[in-house]
Design a protein around this ligand. Structure first.
Ligand SMILES: [Zn+2]
Ligand SMILES: [Zn+2]
Length: 112
């Protein structure tokens, strides 16, 4: 314990998990730790993939943005309020992204 042997920016891990928001079983591809069905995540990383954060709160998808040719999804931790953003992958449920953008647009247009 205590000794960091792997000093990489990103540690690839293959982890399967059950989504704590929608209950779907998720096959880890080593890159993503969010659920591709509902896009919720879990607050377990300090840096992507390190699993060093012991918060463990559920992270709600709150926003999606298109930036430098990539779609990014913003998560807010329900427990500690931290905001993190992740890259969207092709497996992700784009309906959720559409809903997020729609909600954002409505807010802007109608001040809802
Ligand atoms: Zn889910
Ligand atoms: Zn948290």
């Amino acid at each position: 314990m205590g000794e960091q042997i792997f000093e990489k920016k990103f540690q690839r891990r293959f982890e399967n998990f059950v989504c704590q928001n929608c209950g779907q079983e998720v096959k880890g591809n080593g890159y993503t730790n969010h659920c591709p069905h509902c896009l919720w995540s879990k607050h377990v990383d300090i840096r992507p993939g390190d699993r060093q954060n012991d918060c463990g709160g559920l992270m709600e998808p709150v926003d999606a943005q298109f930036k430098s040719q990539k779609w990014r999804l913003k998560h807010r931790c329900q427990k500690c309020g931290e905001i993190k953003s992740v890259k969207l992958s092709p497996e992700d449920n784009l309906d959720v992204v559409t809903q997020l953008i729609k909600r954002k647009a409505e807010k802007l247009f109608y001040n809802k």
